[in-house]
Design a protein around this ligand. Structure first.
Ligand SMILES: [Zn+2]
Ligand SMILES: [Zn+2]
Length: 193
């Protein structure tokens, strides 16, 4: 089971495993790309650039490049900070109930069906994954997000076995508590039933 890490840029978001080495969140990773392009292509000074001070041989060449670069500049998060998604304040999800669709898990269903129903519900706020271990007679749902990890286990017949909820506080200290049923899981995660 992987633990939720925070983005190394200190924005407060969980790190995204799809970024290089999984160290930052996607908005911060995207911003780093814009920062490189912004400085490499001299967006700040592009309007003042002259043929003499550039690698271009003619004014036409310089203008053609400047025109094409302006297309990228129009999308550049550094040229236009209002586009910068990484600057949006990350709001930690609070443990309060939020409005949501009423939702209950049917009593008589297989473990996989129950896990899928709960995963769909939690998928609004969490990254979810279901693992089925037929030999061990277990269906495991893992829901992760904002430093929290919820792990719920059913048997294949659909009986709830156990659950754990852990919070990664500062990388070193995890707070773990047992979760006895799906209702409790929703309550702990602040998900409306
Ligand atoms: Zn970030
Ligand atoms: Zn720029």
């Amino acid at each position: 089971m992987t633990k939720s890490r925070r983005c190394v840029m200190g924005c407060g978001r969980p790190a995204d495993s799809s970024t290089p080495e999984g160290l930052s969140c996607t908005p911060c990773d995207t911003k780093a790309g814009y920062e490189n392009a912004h400085s490499d292509n001299g967006h700040d000074t592009i309007e003042k650039l002259t043929v003499k001070g550039s690698v271009f041989k003619t004014k036409a060449e310089l203008e053609a490049w400047r025109d094409s670069e302006r297309v990228f500049m129009a999308e550049c998060w550094i040229c236009d900070p209002s586009l910068d998604l990484s600057a949006k304040t990350y709001v930690e999800r609070q443990g309060t109930s939020r409005a949501g669709v009423r939702h209950s898990v049917p009593l008589r269903e297989a473990g996989q069906v129950k896990a899928a129903i709960v995963a769909e519900k939690l998928g609004e706020s969490f990254h979810t994954e279901i693992k089925v271990a037929k030999k061990a007679d277990r269906v495991t749902l893992v829901a992760e997000g904002a430093g929290e990890t919820m792990e719920l286990l059913w048997d294949l017949a659909g009986r709830f076995v156990t659950g754990t909820w852990s919070v990664n506080l500062d990388g070193a200290h995890d707070r773990i508590r047992l979760v006895r049923n799906v209702s409790e899981a929703y309550r702990v995660l602040g998900v409306a039933k």
